[in-house]
Design a protein around this ligand. Structure first.
Ligand SMILES: [Zn+2]
Length: 122
């Protein structure tokens, strides 16, 4: 299991016992490393907010700023959902549901987990 570094610029400045690392007499406060990070990048919500506070505007400018109202229509109202059944030893049932028409269409678990797979018109 590989550890990844928290990407918050100030992670090492927050004082917690688990951030203190190093040889006796030469300990420093260090950036956290984790096998699982929030959004794959941050050790906790404070660090997530630290990054967002510093970089959110640049990130939005980079990936595209919304400059007009978006409208929910039948063509873009598909969201993924599932019925949780694994608690009783059955497979969970994954599906798309249209938030306007309430139509349901079945999904495989693989399609459910594929963040690029959508029925929505873009
Ligand atoms: Zn952190």
């Amino acid at each position: 299991m590989s550890l990844k570094y928290c990407q918050a610029p100030d992670c090492h400045t927050y004082f917690t016992k688990d951030r203190v690392k190093g040889q006796k007499g030469n300990k420093t406060n260090q950036t956290r490393r984790r096998s699982h990070l929030l959004h794959g990048e941050f050790c906790d919500t404070r660090c997530q907010d630290n990054w967002l506070s510093r970089y959110a505007t640049r990130a939005v400018d980079h990936f595209g700023r919304l400059n007009k109202v978006k409208h929910l229509t039948e063509q873009n109202a598909w969201v993924k959902d599932y019925d949780y059944r694994s608690y009783r030893g059955e497979a969970d049932v994954h599906y798309f549901v249209n938030r306007i028409t309430n139509e349901r269409r079945p999904l495989t678990e693989q399609q459910y987990n594929d963040s690029n797979y959508t029925l929505n018109e873009r």
